[in-house]
Write a protein that binds this ligand. Structure first.
Ligand SMILES: [Zn+2]
Length: 494
């Protein structure tokens, strides 16, 4: 049996000022595509599942970019054409598995995945197995579901199970082929802009458990809870329960509606506590270390400047508050500023440099910091992830560990946009996060996969930024529907 694998994966933040183009995407084809089998990513999981099931994976094209602005129309058409033509030319394939995000927006097309899935279906027609894996931050439409035979969103946030869910998409495609199975998928949309919510702790953990329990009913293939991506302006915005059954559409609808009612009833539990940068710093400095004497740092995460949601990563609000408070024994890992990283690399280890750090992308994320700093260590920025996406390479570009001359704070500066996933960038620059009392970073929840077990406490800083929990600040032109929590008139009537 032969299964073709393809995908376009992008989380589009329509509030970003710049569009996203071909060169912003990394592209996998052929042997490089197949070499991902040992990575805990969607594509890696799909390839590995094929090997496990004695199925031949047929790589077409997979492209992905850091979350960023609306995708240029020509860029999307170019990738889409390569996928459609590649699939049409692939001989003797028995099914197609797509690795998608779900929140892709193209200039002129507000549902990238719906457009792509419909086009793939047109190539093969009804009855041919086509399944897909997704990021739980997808914004989902019934039209997307109608073009597919099954949809598998990662269950966890941090997304530690992307590879497992893509494997399930492969397994279903194979099963449909072998058993001539027909499936039904129902999408229930809840009018919620769910703040970024981890499934590692309650209320997200409890809600996820209820979704998974619903999967145990006979005839149910999958229940996916799509949190949705609120940092984009599309007409189908929301939070979604997607249920796939062995052909019983009424069953899928009944289960989805029941779970959606439960989520809606619990919505106030998801309203986040947001601290300003200064308040987060104060809270951290007032928090006491555990009496066990364990060397566990207090982790402060700047949720509002998360590259993983489209923010620039060069915001200075939290770093400035930490410097103003003269926080002792602290490190910041990391801030994105290619110019400053390059300056440090030119000067060399031991040099003292005058820097204008961060705050260079826009006015929202804070002003640049003018500092005199020592260059303590340098690295090329090529690391291998060890928590979420375990085994996958990450290129942060030239990076540096800087220390302001009048402070003992270590600040990591990298050249390429990314959020902080785990402690690897610190280690690369000779820093053991357990030796710091305070560790600050930029991420909404993915960092938890690498830091939850080593942190004494996690404190959320939410200064102004493109991925703030204050989602009421973003204008919405594509929908007039009242949405929780920004409009008290919001109602759920499935
Ligand atoms: Zn996500």
């Amino acid at each position: 049996m032969r299964i073709a694998i393809a995908g376009i994966s992008h989380e589009t933040n329509s509030y970003c000022q710049a569009n996203t183009f071909v060169d912003d995407f990394y592209q996998l084809r052929g042997d490089k595509f197949l070499a991902t089998f040992n990575q805990e990513s969607d594509i890696g999981g799909a390839v590995a599942a094929c090997h496990r099931m004695d199925v031949t994976p047929v790589p077409i094209l997979f492209v992905s970019a850091q979350p960023s602005g609306i995708i240029d129309h020509g860029t999307y058409q170019r990738f889409k054409s390569e996928i459609i033509e590649g699939l049409a030319a692939a001989t003797d394939i028995d099914g197609v598995v797509l690795c998608l995000h779900g929140a892709g927006v193209v200039d002129g097309i507000e549902d990238l995945e719906g457009d792509l899935c419909r086009s793939v279906r047109e190539v093969f027609g009804a009855g041919f197995p086509i399944t897909a894996s997704f990021d739980l931050h997808g914004n989902i439409t019934q039209s997307m579901a109608d073009a597919l035979d099954g949809m598998f969103a990662c269950h966890h946030y941090p997304h530690i199970d992307l590879h497992e869910r893509a494997a399930e998409a492969v397994e279903l495609a194979v099963r449909i082929r072998r058993e001539s199975l027909t499936t039904a998928t129902w999408v229930t949309t809840v009018p919620m802009l769910l703040p970024t919510t981890t499934t590692f702790i309650d209320p997200g953990k409890r809600r996820l458990r209820m979704m998974l329990e619903a999967e145990q009913e006979a005839g149910v293939i999958d229940v996916s809870w799509f949190h949705g991506f609120p940092y984009t302006d599309v007409g189908h915005i929301g939070c979604y329960i997607v249920v796939t059954t062995e052909g019983d559409a009424a069953q899928a609808r009944r289960i989805g509606t029941r779970l959606a009612h439960g989520l809606w009833a619990d919505r106030e539990l998801f309203r986040p506590d947001s601290l300003s940068a200064a308040d987060a710093v104060t809270a951290a400095m007032q928090a006491s270390r555990p009496s066990t004497g364990a060397a566990a740092p207090i982790v402060i995460h700047e949720t509002s400047d998360n590259c993983g949601g489209g923010a620039p990563g060069d915001g200075t609000h939290l770093l400035r508050a930490m410097l103003d408070a003269e926080m002792p024994n602290a490190c910041f890992g990391f801030i994105v500023d290619a110019e400053t990283a390059g300056q440090a690399h030119s000067a060399g280890v031991g040099a003292r440099i005058n820097i204008r750090l961060g705050g260079k992308t826009d006015d929202l994320h804070g002003d640049s910091l003018i500092l005199d700093a020592y260059v303590k260590a340098l690295h090329d920025g090529r690391i291998t992830l060890q928590a979420m996406f375990r085994g996958a390479p990450l290129n942060l570009g030239p990076m540096a560990r800087l220390q302001p001359v009048d402070s003992d704070m270590d600040i990591i500066v990298v050249s390429r946009r990314s959020q902080t996933f785990d402690a690897e960038p610190f280690l690369a620059l000779g820093m053991d996060v357990l030796r710091y009392r305070y560790v600050a970073l930029k991420s909404s929840n993915h960092f938890r996969a690498g830091f939850q077990d080593l942190a004494a406490q996690i404190i959320t800083a939410d200064p102004p930024g493109l991925t703030t929990h204050h989602i009421e600040v973003f204008p919405r032109q594509r929908t007039s529907q009242p949405l929780w929590p920004i409009d008290d008139r919001a109602e759920f009537n499935p």
